[in-house]
Design a protein. Structure first.
Length: 266
């Protein structure tokens, strides 16, 4: 099968955009996953487009906590704090901020003044929290903890993939309830898949992953479209790299974001 078109891509590092491509794929009937396997990319013309992503997607509509930001380095915290002002069109003097936010499709520099009154309660609380973390202080935000002690759905998805790969390789499904809602269709389907692949001596290695799209279904449910690259090694020693995309439903629970279902991406 031969395909031509334009698609979103993410390369190593902080480089995202679109590109035109022509790829050739061959059917692999021996794959336990079925479908096609990428054979070659005949051409790839890079046409870089501006990035539409955020560091903290919901900093204007959700209280963050110290735990949720603990993975971020000082510079990322600095960008996340200024991202809140960038949402309001603040014109930065710093060259690094001009360059960084100038590459965002959503950023429209319009003002040199974003007063405190222009910020909502979420934004003010998140700015204070981030500042305290930048300064190396121990933050306390009881209101934030009451609002949401989970993590971002995107971060939860990364933990889900890592768990699943490790489960396939070890045959140990213990702890699945930390990334999937126990008893949900996804929980049961993946439990059966892990048992099957491990019994066949199949192993996996997660190469890269990204989120192509995010849809807020309601206050406690999010739909994520994934882009996953996984190296699969079968019991006979052969291996193949799988390029796959799925639609996941993620539910906000008392234990954070947990995945409940999986379907083919539209």
């Amino acid at each position: 099968i031969r395909l031509e078109g334009v698609a979103h891509y993410r390369s190593e590092g902080e480089d995202a955009g679109t590109g035109t491509f022509t790829i050739t794929m061959t059917q692999n009937p021996d794959s336990v996953w079925g479908g096609y396997t990428l054979k070659s990319i005949d051409s790839w013309v890079r046409e870089l487009k501006n990035d539409s992503s955020y560091i903290l997607w919901n900093s204007d509509s959700q209280y963050y906590t110290e735990d949720r930001l603990s993975y971020m380095c000082t510079y990322d915290l600095y960008l996340a704090r200024n991202e809140i002002y960038a949402r309001h069109g603040y014109i930065f003097d710093s060259l690094d901020l001009q360059e960084y936010f100038g590459g965002k499709t959503w950023y429209t520099p319009t003002t040199k003044d974003v007063p405190d009154s222009a910020l909502n309660d979420y934004e003010r609380a998140n700015i204070q929290l981030i500042l305290s973390l930048e300064n190396g202080e121990t933050a306390s935000s009881s209101e934030a903890e009451v609002q949401d002690n989970g993590e971002l759905p995107e971060s939860a998805f990364g933990e889900y993939l890592v768990f699943l790969v490790n489960a396939v390789n070890s045959g140990d499904y213990t702890g699945a309830e930390k990334v999937m809602l126990k008893g949900s269709p996804l929980y049961q389907e993946q439990e059966a898949l892990v048992e099957k692949l491990h019994s066949e001596n199949t192993t996996e290695e997660l190469k890269t992953w990204s989120i192509l799209d995010k849809e807020q279904i309601d206050d406690t449910h999010v739909r994520l479209i994934s882009d996953e690259v996984i190296l699969v090694t079968y019991g006979d020693g052969t291996s193949e790299t799988l390029y796959q995309s799925f639609a996941y439903t993620c539910e906000l629970t008392e234990d954070g974001w947990l995945f409940t279902s999986l379907s083919a991406a539209d």
